[in-house]
Design a protein around this ligand. Structure first.
Ligand code: S3P
Length: 432
């Protein structure tokens, strides 16, 4: 496809529901007793993979657009599926399911598409095995498919080497059905949607701070979870393309409605502030464990380079490709470091960003754990290889707005993983 050029982003937009929260709402609804009504659900391919896995285990789920009803029968009600469980492109589905399936009284096999089958699963296999789980990589390389043979688990104290919400969630979900409490210590706090939602469904989950400052999350085994209504806010990771687009393209003035701004996810807003970007937070709502949300008004800004690293990284991990793109339009140098995790996402996002930004004329250098970007070079049109990675395809669609020639993106349909209406919405706000 070719992108429109130099069109400002204007008007108003409601981005799709949060992907992480949508997955968890279906999962906890399936494990709870009673009917869970989910509004604002993301009907993207990844979350639909989660829905189909639970349907295959006997859970009644109806989905119409962004409204989902899950009729859960309780924590011990899942049925052995007839075939393998297909997680599609979704690493979140596979890793969280690993934790849910480990204590079930049946055997399962988890598989996914060619990208998921390259993703490291030893990060969940290690802690779940410490709990007594029988979970292994069938090819023997730490990657899917995974064979899970249900076992009685015991609680552990796990020191996670990475700030990964998928690892933390897999261990906490397994801990719900273990003997004794389970705790996860993280090097820095990763997104806390599981903790918030588990509490809303009646589980005891405590977040404390270790003497050295690291967060420690502890779950107490539960007899049952209880259904709870879930209202999913807009996904800040999907809003990011429109936020960065509006900041970069002169003349933009865009209002984004109901965007989730959970502090464990809102690192992008910190970076925007540091770069001199104009994002106004309007009508903010937050109460207790509910997910905070706000309307965001974004106006085109003169941006300057910044340094992004340390504890900020888990708070914006999925936004780094579009932040790297935005840095190409800023004055001065932007450093992204401590972001090795980017190498094991849907693609090696460090390598891919360096290669594809270079094709457009940007000054970018790949480092061991991030990128060095010198902003301010004129950007030219190019044929971009998205590698079928939704976040790469969306990043270059937005950067293409600033190129002096067409930007052609391979496999643009991959955006349906997290934002099926992305191109429609981009056309709407650019008036093209
Ligand atoms: C997710 C956690 C993050 C993120 C992914 C979704 C989640 O992955 O990159 O898109 O929903 O828990 P890690 O936990 O591997 O950092």
């Amino acid at each position: 496809m070719s992108s429109p050029s130099f069109s400002p982003l204007r008007g108003e937009l409601r981005v799709p529901g949060d992907k992480s929260i949508s997955h968890r709402a279906v999962m906890l609804g399936a494990l709870a007793k009673g009917t869970t009504e989910i509004t604002g659900f993301l009907p993207g391919a990844d979350c639909l993979s989660t829905v189909s896995c639970f349907r295959a285990m006997g859970v009644r789920i109806t989905q119409e657009g962004d409204h989902v009803t899950v009729r859960g029968q309780g924590l011990h009600s899942l049925r052995k599926p007839d075939g393998v469980l297909d997680c599609g492109n979704s690493g979140t589905t596979m890793r969280l399911l690993g934790g849910i399936l480990a204590p079930q009284p049946f055997d399962t096999i988890l598989t996914g598409d060619s990208s998921v089958r390259k993703r490291p699963m030893d990060r969940i296999i290690t802690p779940l095995s410490m709990m007594g789980a029988d979970i292994r990589s069938i090819p023997g390389n730490g990657c899917p498919p995974l064979a899970v043979s249900g076992k009685q688990l015991r609680g552990i104290s796990y020191e996670s080497p990475a700030a990964s919400a998928q690892v933390k969630s897999a261990v906490l979900l397994a801990g719900l059905s273990a003997e004794g409490k389970t705790s996860v210590t993280e090097p820095a706090l990763s997104r806390d949607h599981s903790e918030r939602m588990l509490r809303a469904f009646g589980a005891e989950v405590l977040t404390a701070t270790a003497p050295d400052g690291r967060p420690v999350i502890t779950v107490t085994p539960a007899e049952e979870l209880f259904a709870s209504a879930v209202s999913v806010p807009g996904d800040i990771s999907s809003a990011a393309y429109f936020i960065c687009g509006a900041l970069m393209v002169p003349g933009s003035d865009l209002l984004l409605r109901n965007v989730g701004i959970n502090p464990t996810r809102s690192g992008l807003l910190d970076v925007v502030r540091a770069m001199g970007g104009d994002v106004e937070i309007l009508s903010e709502s937050s109460a207790g464990d509910a997910e905070p949300a706000a309307d965001l008004r974004v106006r085109a800004s003169r941006l300057r380079g910044t340094v992004i690293g340390g504890d900020l990284i888990p708070r914006l991990i999925d936004e780094l490709p579009v932040i790297a793109a935005m840095a190409c339009t800023a004055e001065g140098i932007t450093v992204i470091r401590d972001a090795k995790e980017l190498k094991v996402k849907e693609s090696d996002r460090i390598r891919v960003m360096a290669e594809e930004l270079t094709k457009m004329g940007a000054a970018v250098q790949e480092t061991e754990d991030g990128l060095l970007i010198e902003g301010g070079r004129p950007l030219r049109g190019a044929a971009i290889d998205s590698r079928g990675d939704h976040r790469i395809a969306m990043t270059f669609s937005v950067l293409g707005l600033l190129a002096d020639g067409p930007v052609m993106i391979s496999a643009p349909e991959c955006v349906s993983v997290s934002d099926p209406d992305f191109f429609r919405d981009l056309r709407k706000v650019t008036g093209s």
